[in-house]
Design a protein around this ligand. Sequence first.
Ligand code: PLP
Length: 443
Amino acid sequence: MAFHPTTLLEPHTPPALTTEPHVIVRGERLTVWDREGRSYLDATSGMLCTNLGYSQPRLVRAAERQMARLPFFASFAHRTADVALALADDLARLAPLPMGRTFFANSGAEANDSAFKLAWYYHRCLGRYGRSTVISQERGYHGTTVAAGSATGLDFVHRGFGLPLPSFVTVACPDPHGPLREGLSEDRFVDRLVGRLERLIEHEGPDTVAAFIAEPILGAGGLIIPPPGYYPRVQEVLARHDILFVVDEVVTGFGRTGSMFATTEFGLAPDLITLAKGLSSAYAPISAVMVGQRVMDTIADRSPDVGAFGHGFTYSGHPVAAAVAREALAIVVEEDVPGHVRETAPTLMTALADAFGGEACVRDVRGYGFLAAVTFVTGAGGLPEGEWGARVMSEAVEHGLLVRAVGDTVIVAPPLVSTGEEIRTMVGLLEKAYRAALAGIRP
Ligand code: PLP
């Protein structure tokens, strides 16, 4: 069997221009259909975003209604659409901390760019004009625009684009796998990570650092779950230097970890939270930055010579996207989607552990909520680095399943409305795909 075209869709391997894309034409709940009529269970939730599944009738109707009523109005110069304001209120009510203000954008990367500008503006309001540095994590993913891409700690986003920009620096990735296997205790590992962060801040100069951005669980970097003690210790360091904490909940927001926000799940206290993807269940492009009280108060108190916050997009708070997002949030709350994830996540972990746990080619199986991963042993069976993920993903397509590969890791992130039975079916197909990949490399 051939290993294209899915491998070619990975950003690490540029697609040959002659490669035909795999074209999807329809979706319903967890299933999508391609142009040839073949169906696939989508265990990637689109790109970790179609949390409520495809063709959710309430979301479709919300878009139709808003299209007919007020398809567009710009949020600009103290004028905005009622529905954008109502969405901001919904978010303020759901916020894990007092966060009464929201800035809307259209993608995760734009939300993160906006958060950086808010952080820079916050320091400017305090007269700290030298605070420009943003710290992020190696293997963290925050998007691909010039600023968000600079914060993304993955080389393929930088190479050839002159990134990262000079004011962006990275700190060590909180991946516990290697260090803990080498016998380091979790506490010592956290000490080591925090020590590195402190040294980096000292090296840069504490009065030059504006913000630290992180995902509660690193997704696109290969599903890395930091040890529980890590973020509380990071927060202490940030608080000591008045460095703003930006939590990127683009993936984790709205239930994926089993709480409405991972901020609550992990007891974090961010100054800014960025959201996208699940905000509208991906039915319309919309993202947001929720702004904490300290930042809002400082901005509100600014002296006139600081100048306006010169930022915004034509489509900030787009009415149709806002109406869809309001309906998506209503469904998440009414159906207690986070509760369902919390209850069903053990089924996902047990199914993956049963299928892959004892396999010699498997390094580990891990997960949190509806975010799970199987990492294969690099080089097992003589395959080059990264090939395991590509082969299993490719075989999965042949078996009617969509998963995502990051190097030798396969990520399984079912839509948040998936039942336990549907999850077992997905994992069953993934196991078949793995067995087929294994058979393909055995002489
Ligand atoms: N932040 C995280 C954690 C993400 O996973 C992503 C996208 O996958 C982004 C930001 C960027 O979002 P977008 O692709 O909408 O710009």
